[in-house]
Ligand binder design. Structure first.
Ligand SMILES: Cc1cc2nc3c(=O)[nH]c(=O)nc-3n(C[C@H](O)[C@H](O)[C@H](O)COP(=O)(O)O)c2cc1C
Length: 217
């Protein structure tokens, strides 16, 4: 398979601490904006990894729906497989891979629930059918076949026809409060640039200052 044996040159453009803002969340916003301008498909998609209390890891793609000084916001079903893992262990990691730009951002941190009003606001912004889908799918649970799933959706569509759909209690937003954000830029000869920002959260969740380091590729 040719795709397993390519040796692409990731270019010369450098990434240095001096090219990045001192606040990595603000810097992340710039890279996300640039990925959007590059017309990368779903630039806000990231791979979220969780770990259960039995140390079992799992990963899946989700969409970033907001980012601010508090962290990275995404929405899902709290009773899903990821939701159960987060309830057991809030430590997660996230990978944003903007490969055609030779860029990657790695985020590590702890997940917290966003205020219910934020979940409501986001839920209410979704199309009617997406809201109904939140009611009709027990995310991550097995179902007999596609027909059964379609029927479940149709029943929910009928139930909410012509009505407002309120957010189910088991669906809403999480925020990753970051303790580590690494910016990676591919360079020639596998001598890539890596700049990592790290900080600690105290017992009350208050963050320390960001510390920045260049890492070997
Ligand atoms: C591009 C893309 C975006 C996705 N976005 C979301 C999302 O924002 N929220 C979500 O719950 N699942 C999303 N999914 C589906 C998840 O990858 C996953 O199948 C689902 O959340 C169930 O995961 P779990 O069983 O590990 O909890 C997305 C999948 C893809 C491929």
């Amino acid at each position: 398979m040719d795709s397993l044996n390519r040796h692409e040159d990731y270019g010369q453009a450098s990434l240095d601490v001096t090219h990045l803002l001192q606040d990595p969340i603000e810097q992340f916003k710039i890279w996300l904006q640039e990925a959007d301008e590059e017309k990368i498909y779903e630039p806000n998609a990231f791979v979220l990894s969780t770990v259960t209390d039995l140390n079992a890891p799992s990963s899946r793609t989700v969409l970033l729906k907001g980012v601010d000084e508090h962290g990275f916001f995404f929405a899902t079903n709290f009773e899903s497989r990821k939701g159960q893992a987060i309830a057991q262990n809030p430590a997660v990691s996230a990978v944003f891979g903007w490969y055609s730009m030779y860029r990657q951002v790695l985020v590590e941190g702890v997940v917290e629930n966003v205020p219910e009003s934020d979940s409501d606001e986001y839920f209410n912004s979704r199309p009617h059918e997406s809201k109904v889908a939140a009611w009709s799918s027990n995310q991550s649970q097995p179902i007999q076949n596609r027909e059964a799933l379609d029927l479940q959706f149709q029943v929910a569509l009928d139930r909410f026809e012509g009505k407002d759909v309120r957010r189910p209690d088991y669906w809403g937003g999480y925020r990753i409060v970051p303790t580590r954000i690494e910016f990676w830029k591919g360079r020639s000869n596998r001598m890539h640039d890596r700049i990592a920002f790290t900080r600690n959260l105290d017992g009350a969740g208050e963050p320390s200052e960001w510390k920045v380091q260049r890492l070997q590729p």
